[in-house]
Design a protein around this ligand. Sequence first.
Ligand code: 293
Ligand code: CA
Length: 160
Amino acid sequence: KGEKGSSEDNGMQLAVRLMNEQLRTLQDNFNKFKKIFIFSIGKEVGRKIFVTNGLEYDYETASRMCSRAGGLVASPKNADENLALQEIVSKHDKRSFLGITDLHTEGTFKYSTGGTITYSNWHSNEPNNDKGNEDCVELNTDGKWNDTSCTNKKLLICEF
Ligand code: 293
Ligand code: CA
């Protein structure tokens, strides 16, 4: 009985060792893939990754595309995140939408996930709801925000 028990233990030990090796290989591959990905199209800030496909869409399409990919339209929650997004819009020389609107209540800007914004970087004299038709927010290449029409086409940047 003792002999059988110890051969089972040996089998189990081998299985655990093989699984640890496989896990390590998987982690190494994943970390390498992540580095290559961020180097090519993404930007990592803290635990967030911002990604653009370089194309422009109206807000509704942008929102649909990000959520279909398992993300959200980019919403900077602090100056570091805003700077990372500014670098992306500058590189592409195209203003982007932020995942922030006042579609629900005019004048109260909220995240697409709900909740009033806790960080902002409005350009002076913005938001001005120009022509009474500006419920979305664009990020300019200078990093400043402007409210703009949701039907304009802006650079798509999602966050994951
Ligand atoms: C007005 C006054 C401009 C301003 C513009 C934007 C439009 O035309 O100074 O830049 O509105 O706020 O979104
Ligand atoms: Ca405006």
